[in-house]
Design a protein around this ligand. Structure first.
Ligand code: F6R
Length: 366
């Protein structure tokens, strides 16, 4: 059942080239540059004319929502707010009939997300669900939706569901941008071609497994970790930190890299591993300075960089090279080494990676 893998989590990490492909199958036809999402079509006009989009989710699904905020605002130029479902439902939020609410949930059973949907529904908003489990409660209560088609996710720590969510949300942002005319056609076609290359690039990123295992050996006894990223890689920093704490029980914090100097930098000393996601994108120069700031305080830098980078390898203690891609699609690749890092560290610490203590796969109570 684990397909020869030692744990479901590892199997699910390695399934990602396939699950990402499944999440876009039939939705993106690169020949003729065709994009379609059946669940989306009925509410297409509402989406395109929306004054605002609210995203509600918890945990890893909330991180996928953060990536979607950047994508939708960039491609479709519609304001997006990403909310923790638990906060949204209890804080007397402003919800209008013209709002589109996107609820993201792997299990489709998360109590807080379900309650946030009910609240938004009662105010007349249109609810669009992005779920993995077919026929789940959230999939049934939403007005429309798109399944992520990642296949059953058994490991409690979410991996392939996250990349499938990000893929579906990327397609939605692209469709919205194309229909609104805010995403240039040439750019759209470039993105489609690049999205088509992602499964093969994830496959290449998975080849880093042995190298990541060696790095994990060096850090398995750490008591704290910091993860830094900017732009599209900021949600990935949060996700990397969440993966590590969930399954290895090492305390980890994810931050947008520029926030470091507003507090967390005080934590950095020779004992502190800092994972920096520093792929070649529009904030590359800025993140190079962040790496220097960490080095100056003797933090140990594990950098995720784009293949061929010659600058960061001169300053980082450990360098993990991932294939180059568009910055808009970066999370789909940069999250892979972080999933593997947390997996190997957890295994080396003797943790039950598929069923970490205190956690359940579906959080059906608030
Ligand atoms: C992280 C994790 C949790 C879930 C969260 C939401 O690995 O498993 O943080 O992401 O409980 O669950 P869903 O997506 O099922 O609503």
């Amino acid at each position: 059942e684990k397909g020869g893998y030692e744990h479901f989590m590892l199997k699910e990490i390695f399934e990602q080239p396939r699950s990402i492909l499944d999440s876009m199958r039939g939705r993106m036809i690169t020949e003729g540059n065709h994009l379609m999402m059946s669940g989306f079509r009925e509410f297409e006009n509402k989406f395109i004319n929306a004054e605002r989009i609210l995203i509600v989710a918890c945990g890893t699904s909330w991180h996928a929502g953060l990536v979607a905020e950047y994508l939708i605002e960039d491609f479709a130029r519609i304001p997006v707010e990403v909310e923790y479902a638990s906060e949204f439902r209890y804080r007397n939020p402003i919800i209008r009939e013209s709002d589109i609410v996107i609820a993201i949930s792997q299990s489709g059973e998360t109590a807080d997300t379900l309650a946030a949907i009910e609240l938004a529904k009662s105010k007349g908003a249109t609810i669009f669900g992005i779920c993995n489990v077919v026929g789940s409660s959230i999939a049934r209560t939403t007005d429309a939706g798109a399944y992520t088609h990642a296949g059953p996710e058994i490991g409690v720590a979410s991996t392939k569901a996250f990349t499938a969510q990000v893929t579906v949300l990327t397609l939605i942002a692209m469709i919205m941008g194309a229909k609104r005319g805010t995403l240039e056609t040439t750019k759209l076609h470039e993105l489609m071609a690049e999205l088509d290359n992602i499964p093969a690039k994830v496959e290449r990123a998975l080849k880093l497994d042995a190298q990541i295992q060696e790095i994990s050996e060096k850090f398995k006894d750490a008591t704290n970790f910091i993860y830094l990223g900017r732009g599209y890689n900021y949600p990935v920093a949060l996700e990397g930190a969440l993966k590590l704490k969930e399954i290895s029980y090492i305390h980890a914090e994810g931050y947008p890299a520029a926030e470091m100097k507003h507090g967390p930098i005080a934590l950095i000393d020779e004992q502190m591993p800092v994972v920096v996601i520093a792929t070649k994108d529009s904030s590359y120069e800025k993140i190079v300075s962040n790496v220097q700031e960490v080095r100056a305080r003797k933090g140990q830098v594990i950098a995720i960089v784009t293949e061929g980078d010659t600058t960061i390898p001169t300053m980082a203690d450990h360098v993990i090279e991932i294939p180059e891609t568009s910055e808009h699609l970066a999370p789909l690749l940069s999250v892979i080494p972080l999933q593997l890092l947390s997996y190997h560290i957890a295994v080396m610490r003797g943790c039950n990676v598929d069923q970490p203590r205190n956690l359940a796969k579906s959080v059906t109570v608030e």
